[in-house]
Ligand binder design. Structure first.
Ligand SMILES: N[C@@H](CCC(=O)N[C@@H](CS)C(=O)NCC(=O)O)C(=O)O
Length: 461
């Protein structure tokens, strides 16, 4: 440990203690000799630290007095530098400038050794993939700061425009977008507005009639517990939960003993409320009402507002993209693997497994012509893709893991896929996720009902 770092650490320890702390304890914490502690205390005093005490009595830093220059540990310097660099690249011009200035100020007051560490920090911020914004984020930030009403023209996901007066109180920064969180006078409810969809924003002179922290507290209490947003932001009251689920607008068409379980797992991961319509094979699945949703008469499907999405893989990708706060769409640098394996499993693997399960033997010529190639090649390729990996795309769990994992898990369970160590290891890292467990319970209950061990009502998840 360098002397500068040791002096900083010594200051930090003294700051943490209100009462005198003995030189012996300091020596132990810093892993240095008593003599070094005495010498370092002397050095700190000589450059202005107001440390009281003597050998044998212990030392205490006089409250309220800080030692210039600024004291940061190496770890703190890295955190600050990275954070400020991130703001410099990802926030609006005002914040970006401020981040640059703050970085320069911090660097200016750091002792040479630490300043150098800051300058050569190897933690870099890569390019973002923000959607273009019409409205300057500074204007939104200023409205929040001054608790001013805003008039905005907003284009929703269907492309419909509305003009509203809102009371903005927070902005959440996501990788691809920012959400302005506000009370909406038009809807008389809290609403999140994607800032890239705000076409016009005008700060009204009028203050809104509440404190922004009160609005924030109320909004936080609307978060569903157990969801990603709920965990990320805060807690909830059961009453709020009920209120929220009444406004749900996702309808999930499924049968628990079908590929619908993939989407069920995905919906549970996303954590938004949804309403389940359970359909029976051969009857309600082929009814005119349902054929209007999916002309294939197959499940799963979802209806989200006016949008209908079928195909389990497409639904997973749609949900990941539509609810970015769940973090199930990977960062751009992992997007290639994400699409590659999502499509590979939805196409070639699905087909190769189905052909094999139905007893079709492909000739080498067929294998060349058919998109899935041969069963062995498809399975080998999948095994290589998951070998040694916790997640299929990047370092985090994504919608592709829901989809690929489901096929691997069930494939092994139902014998369409061999229990290879690569598959078992990958599946072991996914199957105990709470969202998957909840799905599994519904599937198990349906299986029990089907085998006549349970005479309960049809499953509703
Ligand atoms: N390609 C569709 C396949 C959907 C599918 O085949 N679903 C089956 C249940 S797993 C089904 O609904 N079968 C009923 C039928 O065809 O009548 C997807 O991946 O979502």
């Amino acid at each position: 440990m360098s002397r500068t770092t040791r002096l900083f650490d010594l200051m930090q320890i003294l700051r943490r203690h209100r009462r005198p702390i003995s030189a012996a304890v300091l020596a132990q914490e810093l892993e240095v000799s008593l003599r070094t502690v005495y010498r370092d205390i002397g050095a700190l005093k000589s450059i202005g630290a107001e440390i009281e005490g003597e050998p044998g009595l212990g030392y205490v830093l006089k409250p309220g007095l800080m030692l210039p220059p600024l004291m940061f540990s190496e770890e703190e310097i890295e955190a600050l530098t990275l954070g400020l660099k991130w703001v410099g690249r990802r926030a609006d011009d005002g914040l970006s400038r401020a981040a640059g200035e703050a970085l320069a100020k911090v660097a200016a007051v750091l002792p040479g050794e630490l300043r150098h560490k800051m300058e050569v920090s190897m933690l870099w911020v890569g390019p973002g993939w923000e959607r273009p914004q019409t409205v300057d984020l500074q204007l939104l930030r200023r409205a929040i700061r001054s608790e001013n009403k805003l008039r905005i023209v907003y284009r929703d996901r269907k492309g419909e425009r509305s003009t509203r007066v809102v009371w903005p109180f927070a902005i959440t920064f996501f990788e691809s977008t920012r959400l302005l969180i506000a009370w909406c006078e038009l809807r008389q409810a809290f609403r999140n507005f994607r800032t890239d969809r705000i076409e016009v924003a005008e700060r009204l002179g009028e203050r809104y009639p509440r404190w922004r922290h009160q609005l924030a507290e109320e909004w936080l209490s609307t978060m569903l517990p157990g969801t990603v947003s709920g965990r990320a932001y805060a807690v909830v009251t059961p009453q709020r939960m009920q209120e929220r689920s009444m406004h749900q607008d996702i309808v999930f068409y499924t049968n628990p003993l079908s590929r619908g379980a993939i989407v069920h797992w995905m919906l549970e991961e996303i954590g938004v409320p949804y309403h389940t319509e359970t359909l029976e094979f051969g009857t309600s699945m082929k009814s005119p009402e349902y054929l209007a949703i999916n002309p294939m008469g197959k499940v799963p499907a979802i209806r989200h507002g006016d949008h209908v999405i079928t195909e389990a893989a497409a639904i997973c990708a749609y949900l990941a993209e539509t609810f970015p706060e769940a973090g199930l769409q990977p960062a751009p640098e992992a997007r290639s693997d994400y699409y590659r394996w999502l499509f590979f499993v939805a196409g070639p693997v699905e087909m190769a497994l189905s052909l094999k399960a139905s007893g079709f033997e492909l000739t080498p010529e067929h294998e060349m012509q058919m998109g899935c190639g041969g069963y062995t090649a498809a399975v080998e390729t999948l095994a290589k893709a998951v070998a040694g990996r916790k997640y299929i795309a990047g370092d985090t769990f994504t919608a592709a893991d829901v989809y690929v994992g489901s096929h691997i898990g069930w494939g092994m369970e139902f014998g369409t896929l061999d229990k290879r160590p690569e598959f078992e290891a990958y599946w072991a890292g996914l199957k105990d996720r709470p969202a998957h467990r909840r799905t599994e319970e519904v599937v198990a209950a349906a299986m029990a009902r089907q085998s006549g061990t349970d005479e309960a009502q049809p499953a509703k998840s």
